[in-house]
Write a protein that binds this ligand. Sequence first.
Ligand SMILES: C[S@@+](CC[C@H](N)C(=O)[O-])C[C@H]1O[C@@H](n2cnc3c(N)ncnc32)[C@H](O)[C@@H]1O
Length: 154
Amino acid sequence: MSKDVLMRPVGFVRSPYSETAQVPKGFGAQHEAEGTIEILPEYEPGLTDIEGFSHLYVIWVFDRSDRCELLGTPPTDTKPHGVFATRSPRRPNPIGLTVVRLIGRDGPRLQVVGLDMLDGTPILDIKPYLSSIPETDLRRGWLGEAEARRRSEA
Ligand SMILES: C[S@@+](CC[C@H](N)C(=O)[O-])C[C@H]1O[C@@H](n2cnc3c(N)ncnc32)[C@H](O)[C@@H]1O
């Protein structure tokens, strides 16, 4: 029997999206929404030296997801895929991961671009984005196949 894990938000997102339907999705969806990540005052010292990073990983909670689906059909395909092969909000542990561009900091507030979460979304953690994997080593799985099918149909 595994132990439960209790986590508390370190902050909240201020985003232009109040409903999931407003967030761009599907092929070619661009995430250019600008907003703020507001860190709770007690965690502000943890932002020291963050300004030097261009991009950040934001780890957050799908707090308005109401169920888990181990198989689901994403907006970019007509076939179902396992939840761990997708970025679905309907996960056993409803954790989201978004890479944002950091454009400024004002005390406990980070001004960022690239949000895909709803206003008020709880943030669990922030880490600097560092990628050492060359583009040529990356495979896009079923998504690459769906994109190729779409290109051939166009
Ligand atoms: C496909 S998920 C991807 C999220 C993240 N980039 C990831 O990979 O984990 C993005 C969708 O989650 C939904 N969403 C955003 N914020 C949410 C929240 N707080 N609770 C539930 N669903 C949310 C929106 O419908 C949005 O289109």
